[in-house]
Design a protein around this ligand. Structure first.
Ligand code: SF4
Length: 400
């Protein structure tokens, strides 16, 4: 089975189609690097050098470290690195990097808080005893503290500081923690340490054994879902604008195709002709429906008045009749609300919930589509499920 990584798993969670294009079809894209990614790489390599030199009994001065950073910046900089934010130049980002390193250096100098065990180390993570489910990753710096604890350090050059709850559920370092616990039998416990360099801030967290067990289970389930996926559905969203597979993704490739055509040819494209006709007919239909709805509403009002005036419940025409019924309509709290939960509890208390609850087949369909239950449960359900493929058409406006 494939050796997974946190970024592979995240890619699938973001968009299964992107996962397919990147990892299964292995489509090569023209790599465009953003200045933020470039800055991250340069800062990481400067910190790696700092600790590698320390391991060789050489303490870099701050000036030496900044010189190294600036030299690497100049040597590796190319003009096709993208600066998206308006009003900023490459030098602004270079100065940001220098500031991050200066703050870090001053905060931790003389760097004797811990002993570096590994730098930019590839770590293998096994999620099950049989070694079927494997992951790998790279730890920025692994250390051992004086009291025998291990720490997994991760350098972040993010422009935003994440919430502590987000870090409490961060998967990447927690997976590395499983790997470290397997790799170093003398480990007492492991701390996960994030360095948010822009904010000169260190945030740490850890995971209990129960949390790690749950993480293993969830990750195995996610890997099973990926391995069994045959459709790799696209999940279009705001991240599409940053997706390097935009031009070959079935959600966008037609747009790329027609954008390359001159205006007169573009309008003759079969797809464009069909969608334009479809949109026109849909709009005419919608307009007509609205008119019919308004007429029906007026007739219903008139029928209600007639039935009340004549004290009749059924009104006869020449070939049809209309029954005018006066029913009460009940409303209940919506699903997933506190009130709905309380209502269910009341029904449960009186042993009546079963009588008025029904199987939610659309929720069940979603579970089956996402393979989100245990395989034996899904297998047992299999004989009651018929799969029918149906094309659906969704008409919407193109973003300007
Ligand atoms: S462009 Fe959007 S929908 Fe297509 S693969 Fe990329 S993220 Fe997925």
């Amino acid at each position: 089975m494939t050796v997974y990584s946190h970024s592979r798993l995240s890619c699938y969670e973001q968009c299964p189609q992107k996962f397919k294009l990147q990892y299964i079809d292995k489509i090569e894209t023209e790599e465009e690097q953003t200045v933020e990614a470039f800055l991250g790489i340069r800062v990481h390599e400067a910190l790696e050098k700092l600790y590698r030199d320390l391991a060789h009994q050489k303490t870099d001065t701050l000036e030496e470290l900044l010189d190294f950073f600036s030299n690497e910046w100049t040597t590796n900089w190319t003009d096709d690195i993208i600066i998206v934010k308006e009003g900023y130049q490459a030098d602004n980002y270079r100065n940001m990097g220098r500031k991050y390193l200066t703050d870090y250096y001053r905060r931790y100098q003389p760097f004797d808080q811990d002993k570096t065990v590994a730098l930019e180390e590839r770590i293998k993570i096994s999620l099950d005893d049989e070694g079927k489910y494997k992951l790998q990753g790279y730890i920025d710096r692994l250390t051992e503290t004086r009291d025998g604890y291990y720490e997994i350090h991760d350098y972040k050059t993010n422009s935003r500081l994440p919430l502590v709850e987000y870090l409490r559920s961060d998967r990447q370092l927690a997976l590395y923690m499983i790997g470290v616990k397997n790799l170093y039998p003398d480990v007492k416990d492991v701390r996960l340490v994030w360095h948010f360099l822009k904010f000169d801030k260190e945030i740490d967290s850890t995971r209990t054994d129960e949390e790690l067990l749950r993480l293993k289970k969830d990750t195995i389930q996610l890997i099973d879902t990926i391995e069994q996926d045959e459709r790799f559905e696209a999940h279009p969203g705001f991240l599409c604008d940053w997706c390097e597979y935009h031009s070959c993704c079935p959600q966008w490739s037609h747009l790329h195709m027609i954008q390359e055509k001159p205006a007169n040819e573009y309008l003759k494209d079969t797809g464009v002709v069909l969608v334009n006709q479809y949109a026109e007919i849909k709009s005419t239909q919608k307009h007509a429906n609205l008119q019919w709805d308004a007429q029906l509403e007026k007739l219903e009002e008139a029928l209600t008045m007639f039935a009340e005036k004549e004290h009749v419940e059924v009104v006869f025409g020449s070939k049809n009749k209309v029954r005018v019924s006066d029913n009460e309509k009940y409303s209940f709290p919506n699903k997933n609300t506190k009130e709905r939960e309380q209502l269910e509890k009341v029904l449960q208390k009186y042993g009546r919930l079963q009588e008025v609850s029904q199987l939610d087949t659309s929720a069940l369909g979603k579970v089956i589509q996402e393979n989100s239950w245990e395989p034996e449960v899904l297998e047992a359900l299999g004989k009651y499920v018929e799969v029918e493929r149906k094309k659906r058409f969704y008409l919407s406006k193109i973003k300007e």
